[in-house]
Design a protein around this ligand. Sequence first.
Ligand SMILES: C[S@@+](CC[C@H](N)C(=O)[O-])C[C@H]1O[C@@H](n2cnc3c(N)ncnc32)[C@H](O)[C@@H]1O
Length: 272
Amino acid sequence: MNLHPQDFLLFVDVLRRESGLVLAPGQEYLLKSRLAPVADRYGVDDLAGVAREIRMGSPQVLRDVVEAMSTHETSFFRDMLPFRQLQEKVLPALMRARDDKTLRIWSAGCASGQEAYSVAMLLHDMGIAHEGWKYDILATDISHQVLEKAKTASYTAFEAQRGVPVTTLLRHFNQADDMWAVKPHIRDAVKFRQLNLLEGAGHLGQFDLILCRNVLIYFDAGTRLSVLSDLRASLKRDGVLMLGAAETPPAEAAGLRLLDGVMGGYVRPNAE
Ligand SMILES: C[S@@+](CC[C@H](N)C(=O)[O-])C[C@H]1O[C@@H](n2cnc3c(N)ncnc32)[C@H](O)[C@@H]1O
């Protein structure tokens, strides 16, 4: 499939503007492989046809291009250690600092929902509801497609069993044929909503804990800093932001302090 240099630049430009995704020269192969199904869907022969639709201002093509180019890789309890640290350090510290016995949690860039449901399972198993705690978990993503899957709360055996201990699996999933459905007591604890992180999140209010893991890695430095500043503003004082294990964004520049002993953990300092 051919890709003209002007069309490559057009895709680079719209993807950066619409979703923050940065494509470097040399990643033409990624465009070609991921956008071939979009070209097929619109009955055009090659990526020049997709580019033409975008130039003509088709919002649906633009949305499909952004969807096709996003990476939705995720799993339950991804990387495991951060979830253990949430349970042992982050959540107990937050609970000591909150008199109102309420926690607001946001999974930003939640993909197909595994991260948010993992947090719901963790909170359930900590038994904090029995101690009078209330929590709500909001999960957002730019992609309508993954959100539809997330809302079904139904996963293949591979997706469900990857990273989930057997006891957790049996406690929180029902098996139906070859799919595994998250049980209602976990499913109902999470609300899903479409949100583009580039468009700000002030209207969501503030949170005690935000997970934005493996999302910023696709952005350029300027976009990362600006999204981080927004996330910081969405945290209550003492609130914690969890980033992906391998991410080292300019969090300090965004007014966040590294949280000792918590992988990918940052805190919004209290004294501001
Ligand atoms: C690799 S997944 C990470 C999922 C999960 N947080 C995890 O760590 O397993 C990245 C997700 O970020 C979403 N995303 C990318 N750009 C976004 C944006 N501008 N606003 C909101 N979500 C975005 C993608 O659609 C994708 O589902």
